[in-house]
Design a binder for this molecule. Structure first.
Ligand code: UTP
Length: 493
């Protein structure tokens, strides 16, 4: 892809030369924006100008007016110049609350759970689901949350979350507000999905949608890409975009009006998510944490998961791609990985802490991700690239950790709490997530005393689905299922 950045655009076909001056004369209200496009060397955006209808021209200019072209240039230069891996000085592993293996730890968890339950009962916790991502790796054209996922009844991911919230509400006898962040790309489809399915039994008044900001996609030379002759390709600005969106879309004020003190944050694609886990809420409150995190032990040194560490005494999350090989393989004396706390993006976030971050004017940095994005070629036809050809700039929620002074990091068993749907096939796919759900239900039943056969990999032989409305966890299942139950290969409650 080669673009020329001339102070004019030449249209030999119709013998016309489009200059910046001409454009500015034609659209005086957009002078400032047109100037920025040319100054940033992005004038190729106007390549097809003479072919556009007046309304397409206006749409393109309106879009241009929303874009910070200087920032694109700055980000592109820093992404190109930044080394891929950063060896960190003064890296130390964080203190982690291990999941309850012995009686003392179990007793502590029970005590802490009461604190969490009490806050949930008072309606002080809201659920925040980030669902604004394009889900490009899945290669589907619908929002990821609408994807059918449960092993037998094929409920969507959104329905699964909704049923967990409904089950939680019954326990705490309250209505839990659910905030869902979408993007311009998937907001309408997401909201329609909820409406068409009557909000899965939730009260529509308790579900709030808000959109995050978008950012232009550039090619590997830093040129803004287009998918129509009058449209610049935009993608959501990363899950870190939630910080600005919470403030600017009035969500934080809405939460405060409702008496919310802490937010339970999770990503839409984790099908094993324990929504508003009272033990987690309890630890967060007991330690008056600003942000709390759930982590899982990394399976092996090269697992593609970000790790939670301290750098110079400050909490950080380092992306797997940014971790040096030395730190990746570092071991403790017992041979275990030194940096093992894998981030699963499940957080409790204190609202006052967020306000403090806003007041101090802190903002999150952008990271560059190289992706494969279809685009409009020089001749105006759509090109579906075979290789990565584009850079998306995204901010990440975990960059807020550097401002955190008080936190709780809680290790949880991966098989019980983390199974994200990222790819259509292979690892972290619908197939692995379904199997993880089946295996979890199988474990619950086995612990009750029901005989459930497994294969050599430990996978249940057969299919099981337990609706959150029937039992949200093993303890609840125990009160409803008899150990005499005979499993004949398929089981649904
Ligand atoms: P991922 O980084 O896995 O992105 O998002 P994705 O969009 O789901 O998938 P790919 O990378 O395009 O294949 C993790 C979580 O963060 C949300 C996603 O919806 C998912 O819940 N997210 C991501 C946002 O809400 N906004 C974004 O801009 C990016």
């Amino acid at each position: 892809m080669k673009h020329t950045h001339l102070p004019f655009i030449d249209y030999p076909a119709n013998n016309k030369i489009l200059t910046r001056e001409l454009l500015e004369k034609e659209y005086p209200a957009f002078v400032r924006h047109i100037e920025k496009v040319f100054d940033a060397g992005q004038s190729h955006i106007f390549r097809w100008w003479s072919e556009l209808t007046p309304s397409e021209k206006k749409n393109l200019l309106d879009q241009i007016a929303t874009i910070d072209f200087c920032l694109i240039k700055k980000l592109f230069n820093s992404a190109v110049l930044r080394p891929a891996q950063t060896s960190q000085e003064n890296l130390t592993p964080p203190h982690v609350i291990a999941f309850q293996k012995n009686d003392a730890e179990k007793e502590m968890a029970q005590r802490v759970k009461l604190i969490g339950e009490s806050s949930l009962q008072k309606g002080e916790v809201a659920i925040l689901t980030v669902a604004g991502g394009d889900g490009t790796r899945m290669g589907i054209s619908v929002p990821k949350g609408t994807f059918s996922i449960t092993p037998i009844t094929q409920k969507s991911i959104f329905q699964l979350h909704a049923e967990k919230i409904i089950a939680g509400q019954k326990r705490y006898n309250i209505r839990i507000p659910w905030y869902i962040m979408t993007s311009k790309n998937n907001d309408a489809a997401t909201q329609n999905f909820f409406k068409e399915r009557q909000f899965f039994g939730l009260n529509p008044q308790q579900v709030f949608f808000f959109t995050q900001d978008m950012f232009p996609v550039v090619d590997l030379q830093g040129n803004v890409m287009m998918d129509l002759k009058s449209n610049i390709i935009m993608s959501p600005n990363g899950h870190g975009g939630v910080l600005v969106a919470l403030k600017e879309k009035g969500v934080l004020n809405d939460m405060k009006r409702r008496g919310i003190k802490n937010i339970f944050y999770h990503q839409v694609d984790n099908v094993l998510i324990k929504i508003a886990d009272p033990v987690f809420v309890g630890y967060h409150l007991r330690d008056e944490a600003e942000i709390s995190l759930k982590v899982v032990k990394k399976c092996h040194a090269e697992e593609k998961v970000g790790i939670v560490v301290y750098i110079n005494g400050n909490l950080h999350m380092i992306e797997y791609s940014e971790l040096s090989r030395k730190d990746m393989y570092a071991k403790n004396e017992d041979g275990a990985l030194k940096y093992h706390a894998g981030n699963i993006a499940v957080h409790m976030i204190n609202i006052n802490f967020l306000e403090k971050v806003y007041q101090e004017g802190e903002s999150l940095p952008y990271h560059a991700a190289i992706k494969k994005v279809p685009y409009l070629g020089e001749d105006g036809s759509v090109i579906d690239p075979k290789q990565n050809n584009a850079i998306k700039f995204e901010s990440f929620i975990f960059d807020i950790l550097r401002y955190v002074k008080k936190s709780v990091i809680m290790e949880v068993p991966r098989e019980d709490e983390f199974s994200p749907v990222k790819n259509m096939e292979g690892e972290n796919s619908p197939a692995t997530s379904r199997q993880d759900m089946i295996n979890q239900f199988g474990r619950w039943l086995r612990n009750i005393g029901v005989s459930i056969p497994t294969d050599s990999q430990g996978n249940v032989i057969g299919t099981i689905e337990i609706s959150p409305g029937f039992a949200l966890d093993e303890e609840e299942l125990k009160t409803k299922v008899d150990k005499q139950l005979q499993f004949n290969g398929t089981l649904f409650f």
